[in-house]
Design a protein around this ligand. Structure first.
Ligand code: GTP
Ligand code: MG
Length: 563
């Protein structure tokens, strides 16, 4: 059961459900797949009753055609009594007349059929048990209800007997309409009013039918005038013979089986059509390239406009009173940067201007996708969370980069120089003072011992100058190398924005990638299911179809449209 065509069909329906869920197809498109289980003639009968009678269900055949061609007359002629209304009023029949054997369990009338528009006439002729005859209202009716009734009942019919008259057969488009709507029905044609017809007209009509796809259509001549003494010899008797022969050669089972095959073929065709809506996976590869171009243009458009908000934010970050060239209050500044997250950076960096441009970029991507033949909704769905997170991504990146930048201000070379001169501005004056002190003590001792003179003013001046320079030079260099906090903040913000944009773009690329994977999985699953259905359909048809006799083959080749 798991691998039966029905099970595969069920899985195809589930697959289509997933396509809807993800926006690849509209529910209306999927309907084309679900509404394929049209009723068939078998639905008119109670299966258990049929099984109990141990016979196949009867063949359901119906007279179709324009008004006044003699459909009701033909049924009456068959029944040998006036069971259907005939007349000169046009259209005459507004109801459907069933003519069938009393033992046939016609339990389930089509729900489309209003009960006041149905007549059932039963007979007890056992030879006619295998065929149910139906007289239909006209197909070309000025009464819309007649036409709708005919089309509603069409799926329940096995064999359509299309009746024309010599007078109007050329303008009669009804059979073409039925052929279009038909789901592989078998057709018989009757040219009634044969008393008014010519052999050439049969040839002409057959030619029309051949051009519509019938290899060798069966066209029966019938003269059904009420005055049967005047009737020309005709093919009326053949009509019943053909149908009875069809039934006896397992034609009903063959038709049922064929209908199921055609139905599964339609499921497969529609599934194919849905599969095509998924588009090709390489479309998403091309879309990745298009996205990079769109993003490049968006950033070129955004950059100049972001310059001012970045500088304003940098000033806000250090703020008045936060300027600390010595970097002593850096910890406090870091905290301030953290506090800015929810207010200043958002107000300054994320405004309607930037939001519109970023969302426009995503919209342009969706348009490009549709341009490449990919449905927009799944992409829109795939990008929706990214759309919502754009602001967070950008602000987050700016905050992280700002904190990093403020905690390690300047270039590494600058930071090393800063450390070096920070030490030297104490070390060098100390070393110079030590040298001067040593000289002072030494010369004082020598002067006291009388070995040389005491130090003079020159020594004092030079010593002071040496100590002063030993302090001043590293002090000035240290000051020079101390980075400006505003510049540090600006650098952090700039890097943060660049990283934020990079992250946002990567995020879109990831979304496209995961959409591509989903698309590939769905397409793979669809292809496998369609293949499985095709295989099952062929195999089950071969196995379940009763052997076809030459007789039934010959009849089918004339009654069914080729191909
Ligand atoms: N001359 C001639 N008249 C026929 C023949 N068959 C039927 N008629 C007449 O044609 C008229 C219309 O016949 P119906 O059987 O009511 O035609 P219908 O196709 O059922 O028409 P609707 O119910 O309106 O769709 C009747 O008066 C019949 O007697 C025929 O073979 N030859
Ligand atoms: Mg009628």
């Amino acid at each position: 059961m798991q691998n039966s065509p029905e099970a595969v069909e069920q899985r195809i329906q589930e697959w289509a459900g997933r396509l809807i869920e993800q926006g690849w197809i509209s529910p209306a498109a999927a309907d084309s797949l679900t509404h394929l289980s049209n009723p068939t003639a078998a639905d008119l009968f109670d299966d258990s009753e049929i099984a109990r009678a141990d016979s196949a269900r009867p063949l359901v055949t119906a007279f179709f055609g324009g008004t006044g061609v003699g459909k009701s007359t033909l049924l009456n002629r068959l029944a040998g009594e006036a069971i259907a209304t005939t007349g000169i009023e046009r259209p005459t029949s507004r109801e459907v007349t069933f003519y069938l054997h009393e033992a046939v369990p016609l339990e389930r009338m089509p729900p489309e059929l209003p009960l006041d528009r149905v007549r059932v006439s039963r007979h007890s002729n056992a030879n006619r048990r295998e065929v149910v005859w139906i007289d239909m209202p006209d197909i070309d009716s000025i009464e819309r209800a007649n036409r709708e009734l005919v089309l509603d009942l069409l799926p329940y019919i096995d064999v359509l007997i299309y009746v024309v008259s010599p007078e109007r057969y050329r303008d009669d488009a009804g059979w073409r309409l039925l052929l279009e709507q038909s789901q592989g029905h078998a057709f018989l044609f009757v040219m009634n009013h044969w008393d008014e017809g010519w052999e050439e007209q049969i040839e002409d009509f057959s030619g029309q039918l051949r051009s519509a796809g019938f290899n060798d259509p069966i066209v029966l001549r019938c003269d059904s005038r009420p005055d049967f003494d005047r009737r020309k010899p005709d093919d009326f008797g053949k009509m019943e013979e053909i149908l009875t022969a069809l039934v006896r050669a397992h034609g009903v089972e063959q038709l049922t089986n064929r209908n199921e095959q055609l139905r599964l073929q339609r499921v497969s065709d529609r599934a194919h059509a849905l599969l095509e809506r998924l588009g090709e996976t390489k479309t998403l590869d091309r879309l990745q390239d298009r996205w990079r171009k769109i993003w490049k243009h968006t950033l070129e458009d955004l950059r100049p406009g972001l310059e001012w908000p970045m500088q304003a934010l940098a000033r806000e970050v250090i703020g008045p009173g936060r300027i600390d060239r010595k970097g002593k209050k850096r910890k406090k500044t870091d905290q301030s940067a953290g506090e800015l997250k929810s207010d200043v950076s958002e107000t300054l960096l994320w405004d309607a201007w930037i939001q519109t441009r970023l969302l426009d970029a995503l919209e342009r991507l969706i348009l490009e996708a549709e341009d490449l033949g990919l449905p927009g909704p799944p992409l829109r769905q795939a990008l929706s969370s990214c759309r919502d997170e754009l602001q967070e991504i950008l602000i987050d990146s700016v905050q992280t980069s700002l904190r990093r930048s403020l905690s390690t201000p300047g270039h590494w070379l600058q930071r090393s120089g800063l450390r070096l001169f920070g030490v030297l501005r104490y070390l060098l004056p100390l070393a110079a003072s030590g040298l001067v002190g040593y000289q002072l003590v030494l010369r004082y001792y020598e002067g006291w011992m009388g070995e040389s003179s005491y130090l003079g003013v020159n020594f004092a001046v030079h010593s002071l100058l040496l100590i002063g320079l030993a302090w001043l030079i590293p002090y000035l260099l240290h000051r020079l190398l101390t980075p400006s906090l505003e510049k540090t903040a600006l650098r952090g913000i700039r890097q943060g924005i660049a990283q934020g944009f990079e992250r946002a773009s990567k995020r879109v690329e990831q979304d496209l990638q995961s959409l591509k994977e989903k698309q590939r999985d769905l397409a793979g699953e669809g292809t496998r299911l369609i293949q499985a259905l095709e295989e099952k359909k062929e195999r089950d048809y071969e196995m379940e179809s009763p052997p076809r006799s030459e007789e039934v083959k010959a009849l089918f080749s004339r009654m069914l449209v080729a191909g």
